[in-house]
Design a protein around this ligand. Structure first.
Ligand code: PLP
Ligand code: COI
Length: 355
């Protein structure tokens, strides 16, 4: 069946919905995919009209530059359903802008705003029933762009695909997170692509993260590539550290992703009257604070991770255990941000967008 929901976006619906096979009470993260996807091609110097089609494999030439030179970027966002069945997005324009920041750095043609925003809204309208209502779940949205153009010449491709796929998802981490502060490997360097959401940034983390996982940790906390003296961010989230009553997070730079959750948490915490310090955080400061008892909390912040409390951090062969607090910032900040996202509270910041 073919119909047009929005003026310019062609929709072809599947005749074989998979929704009845999904157990919405037992969702893992990002492993079950909704019925439809948005696809949009860049050819002959222009982005062609996006279309919504049934979720399906894509066919690519073996010489497509994505396979050889890694021209690939993505975003991570979520759609939330409230108890009335209304659907909301959280700061979606920020994701759109960041996708184009990444595109520019990877020499990928930037996308028009309407293709992203209207395309996303059309896709969500079509797959509205896939947005979970079970506690803590949401529809994870993965917009991505990659080089489909052919050729072994090491230069930007002449063709790209923009796709949005979605996945009803539960929590990213099963429980509290154990992190290892990295002393050898680097995620990114000055002048590099660390601030972009480039696929290669994640590929480069996998090996050091495997080493950390083999030692019993869940994630690596990356440190500066120069001397590994300062805490930067984790594999899939920005990092906050609470020392006494102050909440610290590293300033974003060339090497750190400008997380939308991070900047929202900074604003919410300030509104709550918490002293927020955006400044370099040395590993020595954190280790000393752990030793003298002033280190109260560490947590990660990201779309997939939401706010994920850290229970233990490892550094130079020693594990430091974070205390269990009754009035922790992580829980209250998580409540504030998810109440806004799921339309359970006022949104004084104007971040929530109704579909
Ligand atoms: N840092 C990295 C490396 C990430 O992959 C993510 C996830 O998107 C974040 C930080 C958090 O960013 P956001 O809050 O925009 O999801
Ligand atoms: C997100 O939080 O949306 C991300 O992109 C992290 C991802 C690596 C799961």
């Amino acid at each position: 069946m073919t119909q047009s929901l929005l003026q310019d976006i062609k929709v072809t619906k599947t005749e074989n919905s998979k929704i009845s096979q999904v157990d919405f009470n037992n969702l893992s993260f990002g492993s079950t995919f909704s019925d439809h996807m948005l696809v949009c091609d860049y050819k002959n110097g222009t982005w062609e009209a996006p279309e919504v089609i049934p979720y399906q494999p894509i066919s690519l030439d073996p010489s497509s530059k994505i396979f050889h030179y890694g021209q690939s970027i993505f975003e991570g966002m979520k759609a939330y359903k409230d108890e009335n069945g209304d659907v909301f997005l959280f700061r979606p324009l920020d994701n759109f802008k960041r996708l184009n920041i990444s595109a520019k750095r990877l020499a990928i043609p930037e996308l028009p705003e309407a293709f992203f925003m209207e395309g996303l809204k059309t896709l969500l309208e079509v797959d509205k029933n896939w947005i979970p209502t079970t506690q803590g779940s949401s529809l994870y949205i993965r917009p991505f762009v990659f080089a489909s153009g052919k050729g072994f010449h090491a230069s930007p491709a002449d063709a790209y695909k923009f796709i949005i796929a979605t996945a009803p998802s539960g929590s990213y981490f099963a429980g509290k997170v154990k992190v290892l502060i990295e002393e050898k490997y680097s995620r990114s360097a000055n002048g590099g692509v660390g601030y972009a959401k480039a696929g290669g940034n994640y590929a480069g983390q996998f090996y050091p993260t495997q080493l950390a996982v083999a030692k019993g940790y869940n994630q690596v906390i990356w440190t500066d590539d120069n001397k590994h003296e300062y805490i930067e961010e984790a594999g899939a989230m920005n990092i906050f550290v609470r020392i006494n009553d102050s909440l610290l997070t590293a300033p974003t730079n060339d090497r750190i992703l400008d997380g939308i959750t991070r900047k929202s948490i900074i604003e919410i915490a300030k509104q709550e009257g918490i002293n927020v310090e955006v400044r370099p955080i040395s590993v020595t400061e954190v280790v000393n604070a752990a030793k003298n008892g002033s280190l109260k909390e560490m947590f990660g912040a990201g779309t997939a991770a939401v706010i994920s409390p850290i229970s233990v951090f490892g550094y130079q062969g020693t594990d430091y255990t974070l205390p269990e607090l009754d009035n922790d910032y992580a829980s209250s900040l998580k409540k504030r941000i998810t109440d806004i996202q799921y339309n359970r509270s006022e949104d004084p910041f104007g971040w929530r967008i109704k579909l």
